[in-house]
Design a protein around this ligand. Sequence first.
Ligand SMILES: C[S@@+](CC[C@H](N)C(=O)[O-])C[C@H]1O[C@@H](n2cnc3c(N)ncnc32)[C@H](O)[C@@H]1O
Length: 220
Amino acid sequence: MPETYEFLNHALTLGFDVAWRRRAAALAAEAGGRRWADMCTGTGETAVYLRRLAPEATNVYAVDFSLPMMEVARRKPAADRIEFVEADVKVLPFDDGSLDAVTMSFATRNLNLSEELLVRTFAEFHRVLRPGGLFVNLETSRPPNPVVRKCFHAYVKLLVEPLGTRVSGSRAAYAYLASTIPRFHGAEELAGIMRAAGFDDVTYRRLLLGVAAIHRGVRR
Ligand SMILES: C[S@@+](CC[C@H](N)C(=O)[O-])C[C@H]1O[C@@H](n2cnc3c(N)ncnc32)[C@H](O)[C@@H]1O
C-alpha cells in the first residue's frame, strides 16, 4: 500500500494534488524561521516541497507514526536533508513555541472526524508553534454547490473506491477514504475548528470548485 499510495493520489486527483501541495508548502514558507514540520507526512511529498523552499539553515521535520510510509519518504532525493520523526501528532515531541511553520496534507480525515478531537490535535499544533507561526492544512472538502458535491461524491464512490482497492490491494484503506470524504467538514466548519483550537486570522481557499481546500491559521 505505501508503494502505490502516491501513484493513486496523482491518478485519482488527476495530478491536481501536486500543485495543491506546492501551494500549501509555499504558504507555510512565508513564516520564515529555522524549524518547519510536516505532520502525518506519509510518503513525504509535502515535506519535500517544504525542503525545496527552505533556506539551507532551516530544519524540516517530517512526522508520522507509520514506518512503512516514512520508508518510502526516506528514498526520495531530498530525504537526507529532512529529519524524520516517528511520533503520534496528537502528542508531539516538540517544545512549546519551538516551530515556525506546520503543514499537514490529506491527513485531517485520518486523525478524526469528531470536531472535539480535531480541536485537541490542532491545539497541539498551536502549542508547538511560536507566536506568529503558521499552520497550513490541505484536505478534501465539501463543495458548496450541491450539484458539484453530488458529482464529487459519486466520483469518489464509483471510481476512487474501486480503483484504489484494485491497485493498492487494500479495500479497507479506500473504503475508509470513500466513506470519510462525504462526511468531512466543509471549509467554513474547518476554519471554525482551527479557531476553536486557538488559531487567529484563519483564512481558506477552496480548490477545484471546493473538492479540496487549503486553510491557514496564525498563532498570535
Ligand atoms: C492519507 S496519508 C497522508 C500522507 C501525506 N501527508 C500526503 O499528503 O500524502 C495519512 C498519514 O497520516 C498518518 N497518521 C495518521 N494518524 C496519525 C497520527 N495520529 N500521528 C502520526 N501520523 C498519523 C498515517 O500514518 C499516514 O501516513
